[in-house]
Design a protein around this ligand. Structure first.
Ligand SMILES: Cc1cc2nc3c(=O)[nH]c(=O)nc-3n(C[C@H](O)[C@H](O)[C@H](O)COP(=O)(O)OP(=O)(O)OC[C@H]3O[C@@H](n4cnc5c(N)ncnc54)[C@H](O)[C@@H]3O)c2cc1C
Length: 404
């Protein structure tokens, strides 16, 4: 059995774990990242694609923004479509020049794995039987099998960055966490298509047949979604049927519609709002999807993972460099303020843009009125814009060891 000691044990090499590992590296803090999937699997997983301005700034400040700089698509606006017409919301004009950047989570993860590898600090893929224990002691333990050997690593702190289905949150004793949850009565059927995007900006559609979203991953690949019943088997949808439904929902009166191309990936994603609080137990800190899930309508999941680990990196830096623990104590409270605002925004976007199976004619008219107000009131558009590009960071980059 390999015995060992490390400053910070990180479970999970998704965006949260990899970002945290690099932030700690930049502050001279040693960490070990343990991931149960393979490198290829982690990179190929198709997920988020919209980065808030603050996430872009963070990646740049961390020195891992070259790929983003070259291939990211900066969007200064988005469209909301209903009753057959598209309405543009000027994100940059309403927020003093802030924008979102479309850059696939795959690319973010690939860039971060490359950066981690270059540091030569440990990152173990395909680890098995990962577990954490002694969380309320001064030396929590991370155990796993890797390369045919058993490992037992004693840590100062453990970061649970292992996503919604990970092992860290369930390792917290019963009764400690309060769980807040809402499961929506629909899912998203999403496709990647080899088709040039027919709009330079995202188009959110509210249609009589339900929600649809036009987005993209690159100048050659379109990413599209529409609302389906929960647990809809993807096998029920032929490529032809998917395109018929997409075009039915998205085509506007002026003739705009997505370009049709070969479908290269398709999947169904359930929709859930979830928060487990507090995001800390003893010396275990939960970050990203391990602590909270948002429905993807507001494009906040990856961005929240980034803001959590910025707060955690600040706290760990203060501990290792100055022996201060108050920011570790405050970690959960600071994160949850932002998490709940993102939860509220994601719930609002979801509720406004989807047809609910039990919705009444009243709800439909109310949603249309909501969208009419949103697209004609500068105050309403500003509210959406400042939340969509991302509310200001709760902690400064400088406090986490970066140059603002
Ligand atoms: C299908 C899907 C589609 C999504 N689409 C969008 C979207 O369009 N827009 C958006 O903003 N967000 C989207 N999200 C959310 C976004 O991808 C997440 O918020 C983001 O990945 C959170 O990063 P994370 O690092 O916290 O968690 P994850 O990315 O889930 O990373 C956790 C990592 O931990 C690993 N792990 C799990 N268990 C263990 C274990 N026992 N031991 C070791 N490692 C473990 C996992 O393999 C994974 O690599 C989507 C999520 C899913 C699941």
């Amino acid at each position: 059995m390999g015995g060992n000691r490390i400053q910070v044990g990180i479970v999970g090499a998704g965006p949260a774990g990899l970002l945290l590992g690099h932030l700690l590296h930049l502050n001279g803090i040693d960490s070990l990242i343990v991931e149960n999937r393979s490198r290829e699997y982690v990179i190929d997983r198709v997920r988020a694609g919209v980065l808030e301005q603050g996430t872009v700034d963070l990646l740049q400040a961390m020195g891992v923004g070259d790929g983003l700089q070259q291939a990211g698509l900066r969007h200064e606006g988005l469209h909301v479509s209903f009753r057959g017409s598209r309405h543009r919301i000027d994100l940059a004009g309403l927020t003093g020049g802030k924008a979102i950047t479309v850059y696939g989570q795959n690319e973010v993860v690939r860039d971060l794995i490359d950066a981690r590898t270059a540091t030569t600090r440990p990152l173990h893929f395909e680890a098995e039987r990962v577990s954490v224990s002694d969380l309320d002691s001064s030396s929590p333990v991370l155990r796993f099998q890797h390369g045919g050997a058993e490992h037992e690593v004693h840590c100062d702190y453990i970061a649970g960055c292992d996503g919604f289905h990970g092992i860290c949150r369930p390792a917290i004793p019963e009764g400690v966490l309060t769980v807040y949850e809402r499961i929506y009565p629909f899912a998203w059927l999403g496709i990647l298509s080899e088709a040039a995007p027919s709009s330079e900006e995202l188009v959110y559609t509210y249609h009589d047949r339900g929600f649809a979203l036009f987005s993209m991953r690159s100048p050659k690949v379109t990413r599209l979604y529409f609302q389906v019943p929960p647990d809809e088997p993807i096998e029920h949808w032929s490529d032809e049927a998917i395109w018929t439904e997409m075009l039915e929902r998205m085509t506007t009166q002026d003739g705009w519609q997505p370009n049709v191309g070969r479908i290269i990936q398709k999947s169904v994603t359930p929709m859930r709002s979830f928060v487990a609080a507090p995001m800390r137990y003893g010396r275990l800190f939960l970050a990203g999807d391990s602590a909270h899930i948002v429905p993807p309508t507001g494009a906040k999941g990856l961005n929240l993972a980034a803001s959590d680990v910025l707060v955690l990196a600040r706290a760990l830096k203060a501990f290792y460099q100055h022996g201060r623990t108050e920011w570790l104590q405050e970690y959960s409270d600071v994160c949850l303020r932002r998490v709940w605002k993102a939860q509220r925004f994601s719930w609002w976007m979801t509720s406004t843009l989807h047809r609910f199976p039990d919705g009444h004619a009243f709800d439909h008219q109310r949603q249309l009125a909501d969208l009419d107000y949103l697209t004609t009131s500068r105050a309403a558009m500003t509210s959406l814009a400042e939340q969509y590009v991302g509310l200001p960071a709760d902690v400064s980059f400088e406090s986490a060891g970066l140059t603002d």
